[in-house]
Design a protein around this ligand. Sequence first.
Ligand code: AMP
Length: 279
Amino acid sequence: MKIISTRKETFHYLAALKMRGRTIGLVPTMGALHEGHLSLVRAAVRETDIAVVSIFVNPTQFGPTEDLDQYPRQEKRDLELLGAAGAHLVFMPTPEEIYPRGYRTYVEVEQLGGKLCGASRPGHFRGVTTVVNLLFHTIRPDRAYFGLKDRQQLIVLRRMVKDFGWPIEMIGMPTVREPDGLALSSRNAYLSSEERAVAPLIQRGLEAAHDAFRSGQTESAALCEIVSRILEREPRFRIDYVQLVNQESLETPMKASAGDFIAVAAFLGNTRLIDNVEL
Ligand code: AMP
């Protein structure tokens, strides 16, 4: 497994392989890898010739009061896991490599980037689209892999890919969960044992709403209420939002239809967890 930290070397290394007809798969991550990330890496290894994983804790997607400094970093372990998963190249730049002095250029997907998590985390998706666009410039993947746990992120990025005409297939991979249903997340490490014990209620709420939809309930408000009620039973939760939205527009319809999704963001202590379910 090759490890490169500069954009230039990564670009030239991969350009030579592309010339020889190799296909490239990219898995962008912020490190602190878990089985969720590794499921994306394994898919890239299976489906492309050269599986590239980027590890970069992207400062521009964190708000001023968010957890950039505390964000878990465990490079050595990450590299061991990636080696075992069969990754070919790890791109591990420094912040200065990605944003050199005087950096001023940002990518913003209007509207879609301002809803749901974008409303509570202003500038978050602008940071995500900016860095992913820079990764695409450097790596020029044929396929890029993202987790459906962060469904809005994938929707925003797909819009960016369409608008820029990037010839990249955007792949959404199912959410990997703990046995009790909690979606794996690097941020789960912040939870106290009491918080960890109640965290699976998020998925339980989403599944209860999904069951209600299957049994004929289509009122968006009623479906969201089912999720909120389950979370509100546990005083440790502070709900940021529970919203049912359309996958194209991220607008809330009065009546839910198949393909819409319910997204939740909720705090346990200072830890903000997200999850969603597609109806
Ligand atoms: P992150 O390191 O949190 O930026 O995540 C990197 C990629 O892994 C993103 O595409 C995430 O959606 C994806 N990911 C994170 N958690 C999971 C999970 N539990 N299951 C599947 N994919 C995930």
